[in-house]
Structures are given as C-alpha cells and as structure tokens.
Design a protein around this ligand. Structure first.
Ligand SMILES: [Fe+2]
Ligand SMILES: [Fe+2]
Length: 177
C-alpha cells in the first residue's frame, strides 16, 4: 500500500498536466468533469481525511500550522467559486472571459498545490502508521463514491496501479459492500 500523500502528489501531477493541455474551446462538460474530480475526490480527501488527521498532531507551532491549513481550505472555496463563474460565462457565450479565467484557475490551483507540498505534506510521515493506514482506506471510500472508473479516466491511472497503491480492501469493508 502506498502512502496517502503519495496519492495526492500524483493527483497534483495530474492537475498540473491537465492545466498545461487544457483547451479553452473544449466542451464545458469536460472541464466540469475535471472540477468534479478535483472537488469530490482530491479536495474531499484533503479536507475530510488529511487535514483533520494533521490537526490532531502536536507540532509546537499549531497556531501557524492550523492557520496554514485554514488558508488552504479557503483556497478550495475560492477555486470552486471560480468554476461557477467560468461556467456561467461559457453558457452566456462570453468566451473572452472563459479564455482569460481558465488559465487563472489552473495557476491558482498549481500554486495552491505547491503550498500543500511545501508546508503540509512533509508532516504526514510523522503521523502514526495506524492512522496513515486507515486514511488510505477512507480515501479509497471517497474515490469509490466518486466512481473508480471515472477517477481512473481523469487521472490516467490504470486499475493495476490503483490496486498496487491502495492494496486489497479490508475484509470488513467487503462485508459492508
Ligand atoms: Fe488542496
Ligand atoms: Fe492538493
């Protein structure tokens, strides 16, 4: 099984690559599909699993560190609100605004991801093995809720790579499913 932060780093590469190849003339559905993955998988895993686990740690600089995490959550809200504007402009035919704001969306996103890698992710190795193990299983649940095929389609990961990273499902989850 891989580590949750390794999965998120792979996500960050997917996001960076998507920004580099994105075509503003595309079907808005493709963009919305990408953003759904970002919001419902990537940000969801960070906000519901990664950040809360990190907030339970004793770091000595909690005030600074927790403020940093809160700023990252605010970034998520900002990035999400940008999408609503982009979609509205697209639907009202204001393509100039779409072409202007799409690169901005990806630039803000890549800067945001770089901040996570610089200030947040490094601490994950100091979290207990048990906690990191259960975090991976929770993340698998988030991805399955989103739809594994859809997740693989957007990230470009093969099913084999996903299985390698996440390992076999715990027996208890299988019983519930
Ligand atoms: Fe994030
Ligand atoms: Fe991220």
């Amino acid at each position: 099984m891989s580590d949750l932060v390794e999965v998120l780093i792979i996500d960050h590469l997917t996001i960076k690559h998507a920004g580099e190849i994105f075509n503003p003339d595309l079907e808005i559905g493709d963009f919305m599909n990408f953003h759904s993955y970002l919001k419902e998988c990537h940000m969801e895993i960070e906000e519901k699993i990664l950040f809360p686990a990190l907030k339970k740690g004793r770091w000595g600089d909690e005030r600074w560190f927790f403020t940093k995490i809160d700023q990252l959550i605010s970034d998520h809200r900002l990035i999400d609100s940008m999408v609503q504007n982009i979609v509205n402009w697209y639907r009202s035919g204001e393509m100039g605004m779409v072409i202007e704001h799409l690169p901005l969306y990806f630039n803000i996103l890549v800067d945001h991801n770089n901040s996570e890698e610089s200030y947040i992710f490094g601490r994950w190795k100091m979290i207990s093995d048990d906690e990191r193990f259960s975090a991976m299983n929770e993340a698998r649940g988030v991805i399955k809720n989103f739809g594994l095929k859809r997740y693989l389609g957007i990230t470009g990961l093969s099913e084999g790579a996903f299985m390698y990273m996440f390992g076999p499902e715990p027996a208890i989850e299988k019983q519930v499913a």
